[in-house]
Design a protein. Structure first.
Length: 79
């Protein structure tokens, strides 16, 4: 059977499995990470809803979005 043209005789190229380092299993997150993340999401949503129902202050609305974003950051780190 004819060989492909891109192969060079005598040159040993490493196999793809030899190039990749062994995969390390990700450490599990502590139990408090999803609890804090979910709580921050709930507090953020509550602040946003409270802003529309009771008060109309931009500071409450912005803080609600900030807490909501912080909750998403926590939950992206959850393994």
């Amino acid at each position: 059977m004819p060989e492909s043209r891109h192969r060079r005789k005598g040159a040993n190229r490493p196999r793809p499995r030899e190039l990749e380092p062994p995969k390390v299993k990700a450490k599990r997150s502590p139990r408090w990470v999803p609890i804090v993340g979910g709580s921050l999401l709930a507090i953020g949503v509550t602040a946003i809803i409270t802003n529309y129902l009771v008060w109309s202050r931009n500071s409450i609305l912005l803080s609600g979005f900030a807490v909501l974003a912080l909750g998403f950051v926590f939950l992206t780190q959850w393994h």
